[in-house]
Write a protein that binds this ligand. Sequence first.
Ligand SMILES: *[C@@H]1O[C@H](CO)[C@@H](O)[C@H](O)[C@H]1NC(C)=O
Ligand SMILES: *[C@@H]1O[C@H](CO)[C@@H](O)[C@H](O)[C@H]1NC(C)=O
Ligand SMILES: *[C@@H]1O[C@H](CO)[C@@H](O)[C@H](O)[C@H]1NC(C)=O
Ligand SMILES: *[C@@H]1O[C@H](CO)[C@@H](O)[C@H](O)[C@H]1NC(C)=O
Ligand SMILES: *[C@@H]1O[C@H](CO)[C@@H](O)[C@H](O)[C@H]1NC(C)=O
Ligand SMILES: *[C@@H]1O[C@H](CO)[C@@H](O)[C@H](O)[C@H]1NC(C)=O
Length: 778
Amino acid sequence: MKAIVTSSFFLLLLSLASCTQKNKIYVVYFGEHSGDKALDEIEKTHYSYLSSVKATEEGAKASLLYSYKHSINGFAALLSKEEVSKLQEMKEVISVFKSQPKGYSLHTTRSWEFVGLREPLNPFRKESKGDLLSKAKYGEDVIVGMIDNGVWPESQSFSDKGMEPVPKRWKGICQAGTNFNSSNCNKKIIGARYYFKGYEYVYGPIDEKEDYKSARDKDGHGTHTASIVAGRAVAGASAVGGFANGTASGGAPLARLAIYKACWPFKGQSKDLGNTCIDIDMLAAIDDAIHDGVDILSISIGYSNPIPYKDDMIARGALHATKNNIVVVCSAGNKGPAPKTLSNVAPWILTVAASTVDRSFHAPIVLDNGGIIDGQSITPVHMENKLHRLVYAGHVEHSGNFEQNSGYCLPDTLNPDKVEGKIVLCIRGQGGRLQKSLEVKRAGGVGAIIGNNKTNGADVPCDAHLFPATGVLYQDSLKLLRYITSKKNPMAHILPGKTVLYTKPAPSMASFSSRGPNIVDPSILKPDITAPGVNILAAWTETDGPTRMSSIDFRVVKYNIFSGTSMSCPHVSAAAALLKAIHPTWSSAAIRSALMTTAGTINNMGKPLTDENGSPATPFAYGSGHFDPQKAADPGLVYDASYNDYLVYTCSIGVTKDLNVSFNCPNSPPEPVNLNYPSIQIHMLNDTKTVQRIVTNVGSSNSVYTFSAKPPQGFSIKASPNVLNFDSVGQKKRFNVTVRARRAQVPTKYDPEQYYFGWFAWSNGIQHVRSPVAVSWG
Ligand SMILES: *[C@@H]1O[C@H](CO)[C@@H](O)[C@H](O)[C@H]1NC(C)=O
Ligand SMILES: *[C@@H]1O[C@H](CO)[C@@H](O)[C@H](O)[C@H]1NC(C)=O
Ligand SMILES: *[C@@H]1O[C@H](CO)[C@@H](O)[C@H](O)[C@H]1NC(C)=O
Ligand SMILES: *[C@@H]1O[C@H](CO)[C@@H](O)[C@H](O)[C@H]1NC(C)=O
Ligand SMILES: *[C@@H]1O[C@H](CO)[C@@H](O)[C@H](O)[C@H]1NC(C)=O
Ligand SMILES: *[C@@H]1O[C@H](CO)[C@@H](O)[C@H](O)[C@H]1NC(C)=O
């Protein structure tokens, strides 16, 4: 440690500086712990570093927010710029980085808008007939850590009836707090903790009217995601209005849950802005989860934009988790369908996109000419069963201080004289959908049609409105508008919503699901996989209404329908838990590989997966495809990778220093594309590229796999060797994949961001170990 500066002049300057200049939160990072140090000793060491740059002992005490003592070695503290540079100079300090002022968000699709709502008609549950589940003992020996915004422990989904005692290896606690004490944990919810120091520093004290200062969930998101992973089977569950009725169950119904609450209500002008998660709180949660002994970490949280690994506390925390062989499953984000919108792209994370299931909720509109327009809704209130006058909002606005003829049904824009007793067509945009139907109600209307605008395209949200309402496609908005303008007295009726099963095509990609390419590292193809994330039924808190708009929706529900990559992520966490139960010795990379190489790309019409607008989707939407846990349990071969491989990868892309300086990078590290990943992406290829891979046999001991490929347009793919002979389980075989650009086919319009897609596979006749390939011209 450097000598402590004792000049009083200097100290005076320092304290003056910190009076005028607000300190910021930094994480002082020492990498990993060496040897077995007692926890209080580690904290003391952290204090001594902090004290050496702070004027006083009290100053040090007051500024320390977290001491990360378990897997992560470091602390979070309030520091001035000068203090940061002093710490940076100390040789034990690997790096000092600033906490991101912008919090992470929960990956649901509601911001101003909220997207609707359905239970997982999970392909694997239909097929499995208890096979995979019983082999995995329903996940009973597996512990899944949920980093989220808490849990509603009284939900029937978290009953521990008939469960075996908590696994002995569990080291977690049940932390008491507001409306939450040790009796809220049981053999299902085996641990609960909460983290708010970063949040309170940024937003001030938690407003106890808005949230519980404990692991209890007020908002619904954390309860929903936890029950998707490990909710018990609850018969007769349904959303408000009886939609999606049936048995609600998590994917691993006997798995144990450990709750880490690190997200709290966003404070802003509106109460309905959702939650935010501050990075140092998340890091503390991950550090504890690793120590407590979770097997899987399910994180339905991310930044809204891609950020480098070094600035991303989820990526950092997940790397530590991977060292402990924890499978870290994260949501890909809800910023689609625009390209380059992915978050959580580190290769040690399993990144999950969202797609539909084969169920929808129809609330069609009947016109007086007998025409029917399809509508989507899970609104439990219905209109009188007769025809009503139909008007377009843009025609019935009163004059006011707003742009007229907007058609948006914004608050106080509709003229009651012209709306009384009518159905109003409102256009999406500028405000929440729930508020739009409430504006029609305020103006005396009888029903609302929420029409997609051009940019919404084919993504019709299903909402539980507080007033008769349904949602329609953009082309149907136009159809309705034409009907309204072409008829003197257009009439219509919105039928009550119905749950419709076996809808086609399914799965199809959710348009909100974030898309590649991965701009943090163009040699890693992301997302990895897709799973159900549209209209998922799962458990809910009993304090926040089904729409999460706490300021206007006071309904109490036990189950609710919700959408987002937040919902698809826990589906894959559950699948990972079942695989972990069946293959307890597999690495986290092997589990990911099994899920990816067995994923499907064909929908229930026997056609390739589509985007929600019906056009073919690409691996930048779905990665390797739709997850298939049943197949993943027996993948034949896996692409394994160790913690050390990930560190070598960090050398390849030059970020090792930021993550763990004492790792000795090889002099010429392999190219990042050679990380043993179950997919391949090559950025800017103009000639040939040889990519190295290793597969491990996890199937039958004697097996022969042959290579096949569908090369991306304009490229060829070959493997060497192209036959792999295995004679034992656990045997590893190396092979090279050579991708060659066919110069004759170079596109006239050259664009390095334009990728072409294909795949290659190893097959023994039974198992097909498939990897997507994405290549762009260089
Ligand atoms: C960095 O990683 C290596 C390799 O796992 C480990 O042995 C070492 O202890 C780590 N160094 C520090 C300072 O944490
Ligand atoms: C936990 O809280 C409940 C409800 O307030 C109470 O009945 C119970 O006795 C408490 N249990 C413990 C262990 O404090
Ligand atoms: C849902 O409810 C409807 C109407 O009561 C019933 O016909 C249907 O069988 C139920 N579906 C399931 C999956 O229970
Ligand atoms: C269409 O609706 C979306 C919200 O769903 C909004 O962001 C967008 O601005 C709207 N576009 C127009 C042209 O109003
Ligand atoms: C391929 O790319 C390399 C590096 O960008 C460049 O030097 C070379 O001229 C290119 N070759 C062809 C045939 O375009
Ligand atoms: C793969 O290619 C590398 C580099 O070109 C070479 O060293 C290695 O022997 C090849 N491996 C196989 C299995 O062909």
